[in-house]
Design a protein around this ligand. Structure first.
Ligand code: UDX
Length: 434
């Protein structure tokens, strides 16, 4: 089947490449000429393990191409995916649908035969119907159905998530659209990954509910972690003991400096907004948004305590600034709250991140970017582990500590154990929730 993918951001590019690997003919469209040019040269604009190779393989096989021309991509396509951005609208927390609606109108004008227009972007409940209206307004004769097909890709593991999903959610209204969507996802269906068919509104809701629930889970454990510190319990054991209950599950119970990224912050805000608009306030979600902000700020206090209450002129080596490992994405990363606070208080901050510098340089003014943890530790008063990159998980702690002026560690991802760090000659260690 020919598939058009509108938007080559994170979701669009990963989905387009993976669909071509399923054997479909995929044409990816973007409005940015530089981006399309780079993609045509085989350059991947984001850091995602495995993506570049998979893209090259499918371009070479003639199944994947990139264009600026939306009508060329849409002509003859059986499915047209909308995967453009839905950022938080300034001021009110709503998802900004400008790009989605503009894409819908353009698709309407370009449609020739029957096609299913599928929204992959995360959009508020009711948007798919608006997409259908926009297409109809642009082209009253168009023959099409709309479908909602939210994505659940984790950055850094996106290809695996696409190829081995827990489930695929498809919201549709008519059997004809279901047939097309079944063909799109046939390879997964054959391998018995479940596809859940629902109406449009339920599919839209599943995405928000799933992401908000995960944000609740993380925030819950982060709040319990703060209490553990006060009562002398260890959050790692608490998470383990809780997670063994099959009804709870052990995933997303790692305490840390608060969630960030391109989805949880944006989607929780949007869900809260949808609740307010429908006079059903999402009180749990609203609280989670507030508590997550407090958790990020709580980390600043921990660092300050380790510096005996004085941050001015302290040399601090921050390891990891992306919102999680295996990505170069800095969106809503806890580092964006924590690092500026340290710099603002007069600390001399050095930053090490395997992929974060390109994005991070403009976002974190006043810091020094350093290649390795050992270089950053030279003469430092404190090391802070903020993102658990593999590079920081098995450091030679004795070597690290020897280089420091005062060997102290704030391990905000609980990568190490206190005994291990103190045994390597550190004079102070603090984790999260222990
Ligand atoms: C998430 C969802 O997992 C995915 O299904 C959705 O479609 C997009 O949003 P992503 O943002 O890539 O994916 O990252 P994820 O691995 O879910 O982590 C999100 C944030 O939560 C990160 O900041 C991470 O560090 C944090 N986190 C996650 C924790 O602090 N503790 C955990 O136990 C899990």
């Amino acid at each position: 089947m020919k598939i058009a993918m509108i938007g080559t951001g994170y979701v669009g590019l990963v989905s387009g490449v993976c669909f071509s690997d399923f054997g479909h003919d995929v044409v990816c469209v973007d409005k940015d000429p530089d981006k399309v040019e780079r993609l045509r040269r085989g350059e991947v604009p984001i850091f995602e393990p495995g993506l570049e190779d998979l893209m090259a393989k499918n371009v070479a096989a003639g199944r994947l191409s990139f264009t600026l021309d939306l009508s060329e991509a849409v002509a003859g396509a059986g499915a047209v995916f909308i995967a453009v951005g839905t950022p938080t609208r300034r001021g009110d927390g709503h998802a900004d649908l400008t790009y989605v609606m503009a894409a819908a109108a353009e698709i309407g004008q370009a449609l020739q035969g029957y096609a299913v227009v599928v929204t992959k972007s995360t959009v508020p409940v009711g948007t798919n119907r608006k997409v259908a209206e926009a297409i109809r307004a642009a082209n009253p004769d168009a023959e099409f159905d709309v479908a909602s097909n939210p994505e659940f890709l984790r950055e850094g593991a996106a290809i695996d998530d696409f190829m081995r999903p827990d489930r695929v959610v498809v919201g549709i209204e008519r059997p004809r659209a279901r047939k097309v969507m079944a063909e799109v996802y046939r390879p997964l269906f054959l391998r018995e990954f479940p596809v859940v068919y629902t109406d449009l509104e339920s599919a839209e809701m599943i995405k928000y509910a799933a992401n908000a629930f995960l944000a609740v889970k993380i925030t819950f454990i982060n709040e319990i972690a703060a209490l553990c510190e006060r009562v002398g319990a260890d959050i790692k054991d608490v998470s383990k003991g809780m997670g063994m209950d099959g009804r709870i599950g052990n995933k997303f119970l790692h305490a840390g400096p608060g969630y960030g990224g391109s989805c949880f912050p944006k989607d929780t805000r949007a869900l809260a907004r949808i609740g307010q608009d429908n006079a059903v306030p999402m009180q749990i979600t609203e609280t989670v948004i507030k508590v997550n902000d407090e958790i990020k700020r709580r980390m600043i206090g921990k660092i300050e305590d380790l510096c005996d209450g004085v941050l001015r002129d302290k040399v601090i080596a921050v390891l990891g600034v992306t919102f999680k490992p295996n990505t170069d994405d800095m969106r809503e990363a806890p580092s964006l709250t924590i690092v500026p606070a340290l710099v603002g208080a007069g600390a001399k901050v050095r930053v090490v991140d395997p992929e974060g510098q390109r994005e991070g340089e403009a976002l974190l003014p006043g810091v020094k970017w350093i290649e390795t943890p050992y270089q950053a530790a030279q003469g430092a008063d404190l090391v802070v582990i903020l993102t658990e990159w593999n590079e920081f998980r098995a450091m030679d702690l004795e070597r690290l500590g020897r280089k420091m002026a005062t060997a102290r560690m704030a391990d905000l991802r609980n990568v190490y154990d206190r005994d291990e760090v103190m045994g390597a000659g550190f004079e102070a260690y603090v984790g999260v929730g222990r």
